[in-house]
Write a protein that binds this ligand. Structure first.
Ligand SMILES: Nc1ncnc2c1ncn2[C@@H]1O[C@H](COP(=O)(O)OP(=O)(O)OP(=O)(O)O)[C@@H](O)[C@H]1O
Ligand SMILES: [Mg+2]
Length: 288
């Protein structure tokens, strides 16, 4: 998808052609649980997922606590990004992708025929590993999603931009260059800008896929501090390879290995007293 024509649905460098768009069979109405799932933002129910004949996630049943930061850890290729992208249906566009089982957002299947993809992605926002500002001005970047969702008038754009850029700590650095291209900002500033854009549409859930892996320690610290400020208003799921980061920012940790959910619990418990030997090996750096 093109980031220019569809800024509300930011891509990650991948552009699907019409032929690649998978038509996902509507889930029968009976699987649409009544709305509201107390204290739980997202629930995966026996979620199994494959690309072609290759299974990538197997039988994942878990719940993501509302208003908490959940870290998603696991070795390369364990399925972290795939799981994250499932939560706002970013995989649907891959022609070979198939799933069984379900994901419930506030008690309702994200694949239910009544679910509108635009609204789903408004509720479940995403920030990618590499900053992906759109080729438009800094101000237009911040408001791109809000404009697409008709949440703000042209006159209200500057105010929204100021609010969001202030919230991510970028206002001072960019207030005199709102009409400039974002590509002259540093990598860390570009990531903060993308975070401001994601937050402007007021998501309920924010998915972060290794958001600081390309950033220096200072920029990383700013993003981590911001993540802590987002909860409990927003539910955050963050994929990270950095165990210290997971321990610093998250309340809960999920450990994935080879597409299976090995362990999910309070972060402290997972790091200090893991139930599974596999988890102990991973968090102690013995593999991965
Ligand atoms: N679009 C796709 N088509 C085919 N296979 C895919 C696709 N996306 C992911 N996979 C496969 O799914 C598996 C899990 O990939 P995923 O990107 O989810 O891993 P990850 O845990 O995020 O790894 P990393 O830590 O390296 O980012 C990998 O074997 C990968 O090759
Ligand atoms: Mg990944």
């Amino acid at each position: 998808m093109s980031t220019q024509s569809d800024p509300a649905l930011p891509g990650d460098g991948y552009t699907a052609t019409a032929a690649e768009i998978t038509v996902v069979a509507p889930v029968p109405a009976s699987s649409a649980a009544p709305a509201a799932d107390h204290g739980i933002a997202l629930r995966a129910v026996d979620l199994t997922l494959s690309f072609g004949s290759r299974p990538v996630l197997t039988g994942i049943t878990t719940e993501i606590r509302k208003g908490a930061v959940t870290a998603l850890i696991g070795p390369t290729g364990s399925g972290k990004t795939t799981l994250l992208r499932t939560f706002n249906r970013m995989n649907d566009k891959v022609s070979t992708y198939r799933h069984a089982g379900d994901v419930l957002l506030d008690g309702r299947s994200i694949w239910h025929s009544g679910v509108d993809l635009m609204s789903l992605r408004r509720r479940v926002g995403m920030l990618f590993q590499r900053p992906n500002p759109f080729p438009m001005s800094i101000m237009e970047n911040v408001v791109a999603g809000t404009r697409a969702h008709r949440m703000v008038s042209r006159q209200g754009m500057r105010q929204v931009a100021e609010e969001q850029l202030t919230a991510v700590g970028l206002w001072g650095a960019v207030k005199d260059r709102l009409k400039d291209s974002p590509f002259r900002l540093s990598g860390g500033q570009q990531q903060l800008l993308c975070l401001a854009r994601a937050l402007a549409i007021k998501p309920e859930i924010l998915l972060l896929d290794e958001p600081t892996s390309a950033l220096d320690p200072n920029a990383t610290e700013s993003i981590e501090a911001l993540i802590r400020k987002l909860v409990p208003d927003i539910t955050v799921i963050i994929v990270t390879h950095n165990m210290q980061q997971a321990a610093r920012v998250s309340d809960r940790t999920m450990f994935l290995n080879k597409g299976r959910l090995v362990e999910h619990g309070e972060t402290r418990q997972v790091f200090e007293h893991p139930v599974e030997e596999e988890t102990a090996s991973y968090v102690q750096g013995r593999f991965g």
